[in-house]
Every structure is written in C-alpha cells, then in structure tokens.
Design a protein around this ligand. Structure first.
Ligand SMILES: [Zn+2]
Length: 286
C-alpha cells in the first residue's frame, strides 16, 4: 500500500483518551490512574478524597445525551485489577450517550493490597486480601439501602463486610453517592472480581424488574456472564441506585472463579476480552 499521497493516513485521529500501556504486577495503581487522568483530554473531575487523602478521579466519555451512565471500579481493595479494565472500556468508547468512568473508588485499599503483595511478608495474608477502605469500612455495604441488614454484615472495623458507623460514613462512598446524585445517571455499573456473574435485582417492583432484567441481559450477552441473584446482600452501591434512585444498576463480577484473590495482571487479558465492550453494548439498549 502506498502511504505517500494518502492524505487520510496523515491526519492523526484526535483522541481524548491516552493510549493503554503494558502493565506489570508491580504497577502502582494509584499513580497509574492519576497519570492517565492527567493525560486525559476529555471532561474530568476529582469527585472527592479517600480517608488517607488520595484523589478519586472521574472521566467522561461520549456525549451528554441520553443515556448518561456511571461506571465505577475497584471499590473493593483486592479487586484493583478492574481499574485497568476501566481504561480499556474508555478506549473502546461509548456509542450512545455518555458515561462517567470512576476507575478507582478505593485508592487507599488498593495501596494496602498492593504493598502487602509487594513485600510478601508473613502475616500479610489478611492485608493482601483486604476489601475495605483504610479505616476498615467495606464501601459496598456502606450505602443507605437496607443498610446493616445484609447476611454477612459485621459491626466493627474489619478487612471486609463492616457496614460503618452509619450509612455513607466513609469519604469514598460519600463522594460517589454525592457525585451520583449530581449526575443523575440513567444507569450505573459496578465492577468487581470474581466469579463471572452479573447482579441486577434489589427489591424492584415488577415493571422496573422487567426493564432492569432486559438491560442486564445485554450485559450478559456482551460478557458471556450469566445473571445471578443475591437476596442476602444490602447496602451496596448497586442496591442504593436501584432502591433510592429507581434506576437500573448492575454489579459485574469479572474473572473466572478459579483465579485466586487478589487477581493480578495475568488475569487482565481474559477480563478485557470478555468485558471490553460491555459498557458500549449496554449503552445501546436505552
Ligand atoms: Zn467486590
């Protein structure tokens, strides 16, 4: 193919999204997301700070037309790999409407897990499997949606399942909730690991359940992950979006169940292959 004279090839496509780089298990996740955010040329916001003062970043892809969604990642510390999935999905684009991507909701927790894995000291097992924020609050049971009624809830700081002193007591969940109230999205997606399944139900009335299940099936078709029910959970971001905001909201557990926590870079390719187009495909369903 002759390159000379091909004018179109000379016009670089102006992208707002920085290129994806190759990551290693030694990646400093917070630093990576922060520099991606610095390079990102689209609309962007710092929506709050973590308990230890790290920023929580949000970046908008697409247009401010219907539907606008929020997709959030790495709320559970040991599930930090999903933050890198966020960047891949941003690069895949949003064909209908737009999406606010919040790639790293729990930056302190991710740092706890990453440093425990890096130093590999004995006695670090609990910290390498940490899910909570730095204060031992599990952010995904800290939302005001039947708060404190989950079957596995605990009521003192812990590596997982502690609901907090009151709903939204953690700065990270508070930041995400107030950002969500401000954006008023038409849907939200929460990315976790692992198990390859999708949750969508939280006590919806029948008509809304039909609407939400139809959309959940689009996510299922895109990822190949089946729909599941979790009647014993409460206080999650997805639960709050469904119950308080009345919008469809989904939790996707990415990554095969045979993998061990915390999932590392070696799991990323497979997760990206399955989930890269999930947000784009969902956005077409409204
Ligand atoms: Zn999780």
């Amino acid at each position: 193919m002759q390159r000379a004279g091909n004018k179109r090839a000379c016009v670089a496509r102006k992208s707002t999204v920085p290129p994806i780089v190759a990551y290693h298990d030694s990646v400093n996740l917070y630093r990576e997301i922060r520099s991606y955010y610095a390079l990102y040329r689209g609309e962007k916001r710092i929506i709050g700070r973590s308990a230890e003062g790290r920023h929580i970043f949000a970046m908008f892809v697409g247009k401010h037309d219907s539907p606008v969604g929020i997709s959030q990642y790495a709320m559970h510390a040991r599930e930090w790999i999903t933050a890198l999935l966020a960047l891949e999905q941003m690069n895949a684009g949003v064909p209908c409407g737009g999406v606010w991507f919040v790639p790293l909701v729990n930056p302190d927790g991710a740092a706890i897990v990453q440093s425990a894995c890096r130093f590999g000291r004995s006695g670090e097992r609990e910290r390498s499997l940490w899910k909570a924020n730095a204060e031992g609050v599990d952010l995904n049971v800290n939302f005001p949606a039947r708060w404190g009624t989950g079957k596995r809830n605990v009521f003192a700081p812990a590596s997982e399942n502690y609901v907090g002193r009151f709903p939204l007591c953690a700065p990270e969940s508070r930041a995400l909730a107030s950002f969500t109230r401000e954006v008023r999205p038409q849907y939200t997606v929460s990315w976790h690991t692992k198990g390859e399944e999708i949750y969508w139900r939280f006590h919806q009335p029948r008509e809304r359940a039909a609407r939400d299940k139809r959309l959940a099936k689009l996510l299922s078709k895109s990822t190949g992950y089946p729909l599941k029910e979790s009647p014993d959970s409460a206080g999650g971001y997805k639960d709050w979006c469904v119950e308080e905001l009345g919008i469809p909201a989904f939790t996707v557990e990415a990554g095969n169940d045979s993998l061990t926590h915390p999932l590392g870079i070696s799991a990323l390719d497979e997760i990206v292959n399955r989930c890269k187009n999930a947000i784009a495909d969902l956005s077409k369903g409204f």
